[in-house]
Design a protein around this ligand. Sequence first.
Ligand code: ATP
Ligand code: MG
Length: 569
Amino acid sequence: MADIVDTKTPSNFIRAIIEEDLKTGKHGGRVATRFPPEPNGYLHIGHAKSICLNFGLAQSFNGTCNLRFDDTNPAKEEVEYVDAIKEDLRWLGFDWQDREFFASDYFDQLYTLAVRLIKDGKAYVDSLSAEEIRQYRGTLTEPGRESPFRKRSVEENIDLFQRMRDGQFEEGSHVLRAKIDMSHPNMLMRDPTLYRIRKAPHHRTGEQWCIYPMYDFTHCISDAIECITHSICTLEFENNRALYDWVLDQLALPCRPHQYEFARLNLSYTVLSKRKLIQLVKEGIMSGWDDPRMPTLSGLRRRGYTPEAIRNFCERIGVAKANSVVDVALLEHTIREDLNRRAPRMMGVLRPLKVTIENYPDGQVEELDAVNNPEDPAMGSRSVPFSKVIYIEQDDFREEPPKKYFRLAPGREVRLRYAYFITCRDVIKDPATGEVIELRCTYDPATRGGDAPDGRKVKATLHWVSAAQAVDARVRLYDRLFVKSDPDEKVDGKTFLDFINPESLEVLDGCKLEPALGNASAGALYQFERLGYFCFDIRESSPGRPVFNRTVTLKDSWAKITQNSRKTP
Ligand code: ATP
Ligand code: MG
């Protein structure tokens, strides 16, 4: 009997069901789950919830979790997707060992079982058109009508089904249907289709088949073949459970799995339907499935999300039976929390303004000591070069500072992080445009390291980069992909595409970074002080010109929300 090896993971109703099943010995003490993606797109953060749940249950209860590709639709499925799904699963940190299956591996068995249903008088070949089948099905308030072909003899059905398989009929001319009940209150039980003709090559079985089994027939049998105990899916399949059970009850296979439904993940400012994500990619609205704005695992990875943060997020949102929408700010909060612990601090200037320190010796370069991560002393420190010409952020200077603007202004003194106090003496402008192009400052050599021995205070500390040693970089800043919290909401005939945020991507060239960032490796993550967390994008970088993607800013709207809600009584 399986022991509960994990007592840390928060409980949920599915865990409770499993614990009960283990107590009563329902599946002989076994726990076997599966993650069943259809290889018709890349995995997204919603899939991560299902992955963490299925693999997490197996881990907690000494069980197993299979990876099963649900590949019964030859038209939409591609090998590219199979490979991407496996890569993303491994990246997330889950291992299915040798338990990699494809529903298409079961086509022979599924066919044999369909024939058995026909022989038992529980399935028939229907020759109504798709449109007629729809009309005959009835509505929620009216029962359906039986097809005139429902009374075909077993022999005729066997013969027709064989000929369907042999490719003798056109697509849509015949289907195999279960013979259940055309007046069943659950519409899915009104003689559902089990097989249809599709003359399309399949990514694994090639031209071997021209009839393909439907999801409702395939999924439960695949579960039974693999001896899955708990078949967990999302709430939309609640009505399918009756059919899942019906098929398995008719066939009496050696294993008898059960289906349980949980609420899918919905995220604000995000679409998670594969159909819509495909559209974003195919129409070139996104640069690819791994565009850092995509909610796909590959997009999140390129954006700088870590597997730990995603798993942590999935744990926090929990598993419930009622649909809800999770605030995307929680996802952002989770990665911020993770990166705060692990990301070394660096200095980078995104929109550089040249500063010349007039009284600093020409040609001198000092190496100043900078702390790598105040959250983690073990990360040590590094040295950062300082010299006469540096860059600061354009935003950190105002010629006419408004009230409460404490950063640099004419005549004002501020601190340069880890370096010195400087005072702005002069402002140089482009004579043609009037734009500020350089500041002339002086520094106080007594303030080395950032403190004045006379106890003099300044109100701002700025980040900076020494010009001579700076690395030139491209930096991409991201904002939410949609301007509307629910991009799927129907308003005046608009679609989610009408709510794409035109400012979701801003590309900055000529950014100046401290020299250590010239040696970043793939996926390396940093905090650029005061600017946010950034991820090195090896694919877009070229020698001498690194590209960084901003994962997230430092401003944590989730922490603020939860703080405020704590205050309200
Ligand atoms: P989509 O609706 O995006 O096309 P799907 O359900 O068709 O998704 P599958 O590849 O069939 O995608 O999904 C594999 C597994 O992931 C299924 O068990 C499905 O229930 C689960 N899953 C898909 N989307 C979500 C989600 N948003 N939240 C939780 N689980 C999900
Ligand atoms: Mg699906």
